[in-house]
Design a protein around this ligand. Structure first.
Ligand SMILES: Cc1cc2nc3c(=O)[nH]c(=O)nc-3n(C[C@H](O)[C@H](O)[C@H](O)COP(=O)(O)OP(=O)(O)OC[C@H]3O[C@@H](n4cnc5c(N)ncnc54)[C@H](O)[C@@H]3O)c2cc1C
Length: 674
């Protein structure tokens, strides 16, 4: 075939064009590998820095590494990066990314890919079109790898969260789509008279066009509104269209079949590893002699259920698992683990338990979660008379797959601030319980590494009744925390409509009429509720009022409240009044506790909305100058954005370079949706 727009080149130039064209994939892989290595190096250095703090704790003397100018310079660079990236700009929101850091990483990748595609061609479109096609094929195995759960290796290397990797997966797929369009455009431009897919020797063109159609279905079918609204159809169409596009593309260019085969191998391996670990952890790793994992489900709030699985699986705080209940629905669903593997009361000297109780606190939607909810209700109806709504009902079979997610290493930070909203609290709960267990052990003379000296736990929840879903865990945390270690602040944001008595103690749930807490909203709370909350909630009176941040309409709903609040300063949160004077924190160094003493622990509730900026500023102020601060957040987008902006404002690279390390805040924002 002779190109109609072919310019004339010298033999030397033609040799270079052919050489470059045949090495495009190698350039791409080398560039990508170096890029990942660079990100991995930055991640490794920042981990090294936090490890230096652990060493300092161990020796009880400032480590010489803290004094070195180079370390301070590196810290200042990290602080500058964090200051720029923690605030989500409109551009970041518009391109559907989680943070400015993701945008920078994406821009680096795009610059590399397009410079490879459009160089080495002396501006000749036909060669550029070939480069684009070769690059598109080279992307396919990487795309599959990024979407697989085994991408955890990459997450470990780079420090990226699973949602960041999935965002990269999406943008890479869009880039492939663009490259393919450039390929078609370039080929058509240079070969206009010979484009005719109906001719037998031109059939490859028809295969190419069919491949592009299936690829387009994947790309456009995965845009956020479609993905969120029709998740199951999206997954099914995605896998089906992927298989078909691979078949079409291998007919289009049989020479590139190895790339497609590599993609298929990555996909099959991912499935095999997942299936293998599912079988191993759920069937072979018994939790007790001859006993597999056991699970229960209970209704613990309005539209909230709690699943508890006794499992031989071990997990770290902040991780999530996929829950499979095959008799209710095929396929696993991701949920953050709301419990710690070792119980809070566990001492370093105690033997490790064979099984941990993995707790999941789940907001009910319309798929698997609704079926679990129905199962819990049916079980309770069939149960004995007088059972209350929180009675756990056995469920079988239930499998957990994972754990997946980030290793946050929060115990390496002097001050830890956890700010969550709604069911986002599950992510923070496992971190809190783990830190309290470590702190208690240190308090009792243990030697395990722990830098953290203070944890502030802030939870914003719409209804006081929903506090019950994690009341037991909170009581344990408050009960076992050493003096001055834990500050729990729970905000009831819809407070003020009713002046009802709020009792979060165990005695109330078991039918006792005695009340231990009473919310008394101030006039400030009442007025803000009238001006801001009422208009937004008036048409949702039959729905649960905890923000549903994994649904688009909910994001709008909660954002509008936060937007309104941004215009007027939030009211000062009101404190609680105690009807009965029960000690708020009952510190004890006993190695065991009775359920009665746990039940008497009171959970403090505030009415109103947390003042995020003030809380962040307080936590920083209470941290020693050279100490480190970590913030973890999960919840409505408006909340996590506000936390990001507050952290960005506090970070000061100049002061960090002069040794004020506490102003180099580390922020982790957890997302509950892909
Ligand atoms: C890492 C992570 C941790 C999460 N942790 C929690 C948690 O601790 N508590 C909690 O209540 N929810 C959590 N979620 C959200 C939870 O996975 C979904 O709400 C749940 O899968 C909905 O199931 P469903 O069949 O009832 O949903 P549907 O009624 O079918 O859909 C409701 C919403 O859930 C989304 N969704 C459905 N299936 C999935 C899936 N397999 N993966 C991701 N999103 C899905 C849909 O896009 C839709 O927006 C988490 C999500 C992720 C990604």
């Amino acid at each position: 075939m002779r190109a109609t727009h072919a310019p004339t080149y010298t033999d030397e130039q033609l040799a270079y064009l052919d050489w470059y064209n045949s090495h495009v994939q190698a350039f791409f892989y080398a560039g990508l590998f170096s890029y990942v290595l660079l990100l991995g190096l930055a991640n490794f250095l920042s981990r090294l820095l936090s490890a230096a703090f652990v060493r300092r704790f161990h020796t009880l003397h400032p480590s010489p590494i803290d004094q070195k100018g180079l370390v301070r310079l590196f810290s200042a660079c990290v602080a500058s990066w964090r200051k720029c990236t923690y605030r989500r700009s409109q551009l970041v929101v518009w391109v559907g990314l989680g943070s400015a850091a993701q945008l920078f990483v994406l821009l680096g990748y795009l610059a590399m890919t397009f410079s490879i595609a459009f160089s080495g061609a002396y501006g000749y479109p036909d060669y550029q079109a070939h480069h684009c096609a070769r690059l598109a094929y080279a992307h396919v195995p990487i795309l599959v790898g990024l979407a697989s759960r085994e991408a955890g290796v990459l997450a470990w290397l780079t420090g990226f969260s699973p949602s960041t990797l999935l965002n990269m997966h999406r943008w890479m797929a869009r880039t492939v789509f663009f490259l393919v369009c450039c390929h078609i455009g370039g080929r058509v431009y240079t070969n206009v008279p010979t484009v005719n897919p109906s001719l037998p020797h031109m059939r490859y063109q028809a295969w190419g066009i069919a491949g592009l159609i299936f690829w387009s279905i994947m790309v456009f079918g995965s845009i956020r509104p479609i993905r969120r609204r029709f998740y199951k159809s999206f997954i099914f169409t995605h896998i089906f269209a992927f298989a078909l596009s691979i078949i079409c593309l291998s007919f289009h260019r049989p020479q590139v079949a190895p790339y497609l085969a590599a993609a298929a191998v990555v996909y099959i391996l991912d499935r095999l590893v997942r299936f293998g670990s599912l079988v191993y952890f759920n069937l072979f790793r018994a939790v007790a002699l001859g006993q597999g994992p056991t699970a229960t489900v209970a209704v613990v709030g309005k539209d909230v259920i709690k699943v508890q699985v006794s499992t031989g699986l071990a997990w770290k705080p902040g991780k999530h698992v996929y829950l499979h209940a095959p008799l209710l629905e095929a396929g696993g669903h991701p949920f953050s683990i709301a419990s710690s593997y070792l119980p809070v009361s566990h001492l370093d000297s105690d033997p490790k338990p064979r099984a941990g109780v993995l707790a999941l606190v789940i907001r009910v939607h319309s798929g698997l979660t609704a079926k679990l909810y129905q199962h819990a209700l049916r079980g309770q109806e069939n149960g004995a008379d007088g059972e209350n709504s929180s009675t756990p009902v056995p469920i079988w079979p239930v499998f957990v797959e994972g754990p997946y997610g980030h290793d946050l290493l929060l115990h390496r930070y002097e001050s830890v601030l956890l700010i969550t909203g709604g069911t986002g609290v599950t992510f923070a709960l496992s971190c809190l319980l783990d830190l309290v267990r470590r702190a208690r052990n240190r308090h009792l003379g243990g030697t395990k590494p722990l830098v953290t000296s203070r944890v502030t736990f802030v939870w914003s929840v719409r209804n006081s009744g929903d506090v019950n879903c994690i009341a037991q865990e909170l009581r344990e945390a408050i009960h076992y925390a050493p003096p001055g270690f834990l500050d729990v602040q729970i905000y009831i944001t819809s407070a003020g409509r009713n002046l009802e008595v709020v009792d979060t103690t165990a005695s109330s749930r078991s039918g006792s009429s005695s009340s231990m807490l009473k919310r008394v909203p101030t006039s400030a709370t009442l007025s803000i509720e009238k001006e801001v909350l009422r208009p937004h909630i008036s048409n949702r009176s039959t729905e649960t009022l905890i923000p549903r941040y994994d649904q688009p309409h909910a994001i709008t709903f909660s954002r509008s409240i936060y937007d309104d609040l941004a215009r007027s300063p939030p009211p000062a949160p009101t404190s609680i009044d105690f009807l009965d004077q029960v000690p708020l924190l009952s510190h004890t160094t006993n190695t065991s506790t009775t359920s009665t003493s746990l039940d008497s622990v009171v959970i403090p509730l505030h009415t109103g909305r947390p003042r995020i900026r003030d809380i962040v500023a307080d936590v920083v102020a209470q941290t020693p100058r050279a100490g480190s601060v970590a913030v973890g957040t999960c919840g409505p987008v408006a909340l996590t954005d506000e936390v990001g902006a507050a952290c960005s404002d506090r970070i000061d690279p100049g002061k960090v370079s002069r040794g004020e390390h506490r102003l180099n805040i580390m922020l982790h924002s957890e997302v509950f949706g892909w």
